[in-house]
Write a protein that binds this ligand. Structure first.
Ligand code: CIR
Length: 251
């Protein structure tokens, strides 16, 4: 299931006001964030992906984290119901673009879910129970699919996918400090190196693992499994708790 198209949204002019869990830090360098986003797009293109670059949305500082706006379920797209007040209108901005590809359904409160909390591994759909995603989301998603929908507790991370990602269809990369790997016992995984927590959010495109730069020990562990890794500069997105998967929706 090779992704053919990626929807992306460049950082808005308001990106400096993006939500962040760690307040006392160096502010986002906006021009650098634009360069990093452009490099992300170029990398996807170099790996054979057709990239659909949508308009930046200045009314929504976090809108570059487009992954959170939708869940692709087989032949349909669910627009998410976001609990972060400043992000609530984002998903509807994606409706028209999604309708070009899928039948679209819209999730509504009291269901709350961000796309970053939904990880599809084989036939299973794991749904992180985080500060953004509630248990009603599990039932809501299950209404649209016959596949197992499995809740999983997320404690130390913003989203499930901040702490686990799929390196291949069979192999996961997990940060055990943020997530108990037990629910993944039917799968194989490797763990990020100590102190390299942010390395857990990787994005594999056509067999190449895109990994945030700055995590050499985890990179070596992944390469030891015979996988090709490209390090991606995403420092400005990490400042707002985002990473590689957050920046696109693969369809
Ligand atoms: C937020 O707090 O919503 C954004 N600053 C970061 C969203 C990151 N998205 C993701 O992990 N899927």
């Amino acid at each position: 299931n090779t992704p053919l198209t990626a929807l992306v949204r460049p950082p808005a002019a308001t990106f400096l006001q993006a939500l962040s869990r760690h307040k006392k830090q160096v502010p986002i360098d906006f021009p650098l964030s634009l360069r990093q986003h452009r490099f992300y797009v170029e990398t996807l293109v170099s790996l054979g992906v057709k990239v659909d670059v949508l308009e930046p949305l200045d009314a929504f500082p976090d809108s570059t984290f487009i992954e959170d706006n939708a869940i692709i379920l087989d032949d349909m797209a669910l627009l998410t119901s976001m609990s972060a007040t400043s992000r609530r209108g984002e998903t509807l901005q994606l409706k028209a673009a999604m309708e070009r590809h899928y039948k679209v359904e819209i999730l509504e409160p009291p269901v709350f879910v961000d796309g970053g909390d939904v990880l599809q591994v084989g036939s299973k759909i794991f749904v992180g129970q985080s500060t953004r995603t509630n248990s009603l989301a599990v039932e809501a998603i299950a209404k649209f699919t016959r596949r197992p929908v499995v809740p999983i507790a997320v404690n130390g991370a913003l989203h499930l996918k901040s702490a686990v990602s799929c390196l291949t269809g069979e192999l996961l990369l997990i940060d055990p400090e943020k997530l108990d790997p037990a629910p993944f016992e039917d799968h194989s995984w490797i763990e990020v190196a100590h102190g390299e927590s942010n390395a857990a959010n990787c994005l594999t495109i056509n067999g190449t693992v895109l990994m945030p730069s700055g995590y050499p020990e985890t990179r070596a562990l992944v390469e030891k499994r015979g996988l090709e890794v490209r390090a991606m500069p995403v420092s400005e997105f990490e400042k707002a708790d985002g990473g590689l998967t957050c920046l696109s929706i693969l369809i």
